[in-house]
Design a protein around this ligand. Structure first.
Ligand SMILES: Cc1cc2nc3c(=O)[nH]c(=O)nc-3n(C[C@H](O)[C@H](O)[C@H](O)COP(=O)(O)O)c2cc1C
Length: 401
């Protein structure tokens, strides 16, 4: 009888334990499910600058936080966005062939470029319209560049820091001036203001045809004023985006511009937006100090070649006479490593820091720049490349489909 009772008790206990276990298991399964759900992931990612684990996730957060007009303005390309995609696809046209048994205890990202000592070959590319993200964004990005020891290329935003004697490394960006007097004035002001190079954007003759902006009834006036605020009365249009609008920017820019600047300043002149090897040759002949292979992040001529597809021919044409830089689609350290292996001395990143800015403001930009540098350093280590100078064309091969 006693045996039967204790057996019964044991069975009940087992059932109780089983039911507790089941509840526990169920609870923990539920918790894991909630944590993995896109909603929870978004919540964690959106609140902490250390939440996103890569540039792609910074973009996800920025997309959730930004006005749709602003997100589309930044993310978008031109027309069917073939070139926007081509930049990403071009990175996939190259495979890394890493070396091993090399001492990579220390990996050094530093370099000298146009006489300037840089901590890293990753430069912040000029991006107009930052105020769509937040007011005062140019200065915020400049502070982030200073804190993350990143060379900044921008049209504005650096003045206060340079006037205060901060060691910000800054290249000015412009689309050129219509005559020699204005170009001379611009060059002198830049030199006096502490700019260390002039980056002339050469692919911006006209406002390009950006379908997303046209569809969103975007107003280019918002690049200064920011997107409409909730509840705000409709604004008077300033410069509304229209399909295939004919809006000249610098239609009369020619190679003479280099002579104009040279007559007034010794600053290096870097031409941003070269894709054809013929133009690379002309740039060298006409006295450019450097060129940047770029299709403006797929934002000017749709159908233009992807940056890493264009880079090898340009590097060959230049044949080491001046430094070649590149931008377009670079989101990972290993993308950048491929660009360097294809002959770029340094790279520029446009959208990546903007995603940091849109997600978390200044700390977001700093985090993105830190992340790209850390990823590049690790990629170099794993590819057996302790210094930038050890990276050669042998590190990449054309991808075989
Ligand atoms: C929102 C935005 C604004 C830009 N504005 C300029 C500009 O004013 N001048 C310029 O030369 N390039 C401009 N660009 C192009 C970038 O400098 C750079 O060439 C391009 O973004 C690189 O591609 P990535 O965004 O894939 O890194 C802009 C790009 C974006 C995304």
């Amino acid at each position: 009888m006693r045996v039967r009772v204790s057996l019964l008790q044991a069975l009940r206990k087992r059932d109780m334990i089983a039911s507790v276990m089941n509840r526990r298991t169920a609870l923990s399964l539920f918790a894991a499910h909630v944590a993995a759900s896109p909603l929870m992931k978004a919540d964690v990612m959106d609140q902490d600058v250390n939440g996103p684990i890569n540039v792609h996730e910074f973009e996800e957060v920025a997309k959730r936080k930004l006005h749709k007009l602003a997100y589309d303005f930044i993310a978008g390309g031109v027309e069917d966005e073939r070139t926007l995609r081509a930049n990403i696809e071009a990175i996939g046209h190259w495979d890394l062939v890493p070396r091993v048994m090399v001492d990579v205890t220390n990996v050094d990202l530093s370099l000298e470029l146009f006489g300037q000592k840089l901590d890293s070959p990753i430069i912040i590319s000029p991006t107009g319209g930052k105020d769509l993200v937040m007011p005062g964004a140019e200065e915020i990005v400049a502070k982030a560049a200073l804190n993350s020891k990143t060379l900044l290329c921008s049209a504005t935003g650096a003045k206060k820091l340079l006037d205060a004697g901060e060691p910000l490394q800054w290249w000015i960006n412009g689309i050129g001036q219509p005559n020699k007097a204005a170009a001379v004035n611009f060059a002198k002001r830049t030199e006096d203001g502490g700019g260390k190079a002039i980056v002339l954007t050469v692919d911006n003759a006209y406002q390009s045809n950006r379908d997303r902006n046209n569809r969103n009834r975007f107003d280019y006036g918002m690049m200064r004023m920011g997107p409409p605020k909730p509840g705000e009365a409709p604004r008077k249009p300033i410069n509304p985006a229209k399909a295939a609008m004919w809006l000249p920017h610098t239609p009369n820019l020619t190679w003479d511009y280099i002579d104009w600047v040279r007559s007034a300043s010794n600053l290096p002149i870097i031409l941003k937006g070269i894709l054809a090897p013929e133009d690379a040759e002309l740039a060298v002949q006409r006295g450019a100090s450097g060129i940047s292979v770029s299709n403006h992040g797929g934002r000017q001529l749709d159908g233009a070649i992807g940056s890493l597809d264009a880079l090898p021919d340009v590097v060959e044409a230049v044949a080491g006479r001046i430094p070649v830089l590149v931008d377009g689609g670079l989101r990972r350290g290993n993308d950048i490593l491929k660009a360097l292996a294809l002959g770029a001395r340094a790279v520029l990143v446009g959208r990546a820091p903007l995603w940091g800015l849109g997600a978390f403001g200044q700390p977001g930009v700093e985090r993105v720049m830190w992340m790209l540098n850390a990823e590049l350093k690790l990629a170099m280590a794993l590819a057996g490349q302790p210094k930038l100078s050890t990276i050669t064309r042998r590190l990449v091969r054309k991808h075989v489909a």
